[in-house]
Design a protein around this ligand. Sequence first.
Ligand SMILES: Cc1cc2nc3c(=O)[nH]c(=O)nc-3n(C[C@H](O)[C@H](O)[C@H](O)COP(=O)(O)OP(=O)(O)OC[C@H]3O[C@@H](n4cnc5c(N)ncnc54)[C@H](O)[C@@H]3O)c2cc1C
Ligand code: SF4
Length: 568
Amino acid sequence: MGTNDSIKSRTYDAIVIGSGISGGWAAKELCEKGLKTLVLERGRDVRHIQDYPTTNKMPWEFPHRGEVPYEIQKANPVVSRCYAFREDAAHFFTKDTEHPYVQEQPFDWIRGYQVGGKSLLWARQTQRWSEFDFEGPARDGFAVDWPIRYKDIAPWYSYVEKFAGISGNKDGLDILPDGEFLPPMELNCVEKYFVQSVGKSYKDRHVVYARCAHLTEPQPVHLQQGRGQCQKRNLCQRGCPFGGYYASNSTTIPWAQKTGNMTLRPHSVVHSILYDDAKGKAVGVRVIDDVTKDAIDFYARIIFVNAAALNTNLILLNSKSSRFPNGLGNDSGVLGKYVAFHNYRAYINATHEGHLDITTDGRRPTSGYIPRFRNVHQQETDFLRGYAAGFGADRVNTTPRDGVGTTLKDNLAKSEMGPWRVGSHMMGETIPKESNYVALDDSLKDAWGIPQLKISVTYDDNDEKMTKDYMEQLTEMFEKAGFKDIKAVDGKRAPGNDIHEMGGVRMGRDPKTSVLNGWNQMHAVPNVFVTDGACMTSTATQNPSLTYMALTARAADYAVQEMKKGNI
Ligand SMILES: Cc1cc2nc3c(=O)[nH]c(=O)nc-3n(C[C@H](O)[C@H](O)[C@H](O)COP(=O)(O)OP(=O)(O)OC[C@H]3O[C@@H](n4cnc5c(N)ncnc54)[C@H](O)[C@@H]3O)c2cc1C
Ligand code: SF4
């Protein structure tokens, strides 16, 4: 503790922990509403454009031609299993060796510790949840009831979509509500052929343009952000110099900065949230400075926790006081429990023999999407819930690359195209269970003296049955389309690599069985809000980040209203 002056210089209206997708939104909303906001980020600063070192590199400029060197892969097996961990973006991924954790069950924890978090790395898929998703737990009798419904979040989806810029087609499907879309990215001819084939064979199955956070037609608000039209380079994971996709670094963080109300503090590893027994509320946040390793306390009236689902669990579990000996707000004992994720285990590949007179040119940073079709209106399988799926087609370039000198040149000039390849991967809902949990391992500390996170999360029988069903159903859909050489595979990958981990700090109606209320506000500590994936009561099948953005904007609006009323 320092002097009063020093405490004043460390006091803000609001503190946001984490500067990734959800923290960026918290910072923008709170700063725009006039709150002096401190954003604490454990990683280094990554400034838009100037800190994207690989963004304009040609393939031959990478010393290892795009591959991460074998020695680095061997030392970092978890992050190496992520498809995007390549030489051009490896600097944005957290290395296993530097940030160890305990796997009680195999769990590939993929992280991005820097300003912008994983918003630099994400695949930008942004599908809204539907009413079927919010009512799922109540209808099917698992987890606890969501304290909100689609109508509560719909206006906030619209709000964040307009600012972030989401491209998509209005498909009019109840299972995948339409949003505020910029023009969609076209499907190619074979993808459109599959759309028609599925449409002819099934009345309740659809293939649509995947909605994604790309500026296909920038609007004035995007130009005001300094962003421009997506050039479809599909090199997004390097950081986009055009700001063509939504990343906190190009969008919310600079916007918050422009208000003059944001203080961004990188290299600030949050240790815990400080709770004052006498005041009966959280008063601030303890940080370990990554450079000096000093512990420093910062103070604020409200705190938004946006460190990404599992790190948010870790911070809350480590926030112990006499009032909360088992973690902040943990009266119910459910903190750290009911962690869930998306089941990405199975995929399917095939070839298509038609359309050989057509090929595609250029690139496209998205694909097709098959919304969930299982157990939507009624229970029809021996497993609960369902899965969505990605779908894409491309033509294989089979240009011969053998020979040397003129033979090689002649071969390369032939530019031969092989058949079309088609493929899909599953995105299954998993059921949150008490036995899937995270906890602190007090015997193992990280380099900042913070207990390591112990992760105990695995598949269950529901996931096994769902995986099998996906393989059977997609095989049938591919067969009906006349695709050949169909191979459905259960890759048996560990949970985690889906990078959609959720829960542990779930929302609910009852403080006895949940940590947060319907405003993402802690039942027991009303000036603390959790709006990243940790808050999720169930997982649905859609890529979750758009929902985190909408929940964050909604919670920030509520928090500021409550502050003005003097309630927090
Ligand atoms: C390759 C890849 C593809 C993906 N594709 C999609 C997709 O298509 N669609 C989709 O919806 N989602 C996708 N995701 C997931 C998406 O990136 C996450 O859901 C999203 O980033 C979560 O937002 P967040 O704010 O919770 O966390 P993050 O964006 O990870 O931000 C958390 C921030 O908190 C910081 N932090 C953590 N601990 C502390 C601490 N103790 N103190 C201070 N700061 C801390 C981190 O450094 C980080 O900057 C993908 C992820 C990856 C890696
Ligand atoms: S595809 Fe679009 S968003 Fe991605 S790097 Fe290219 S221009 Fe940027």
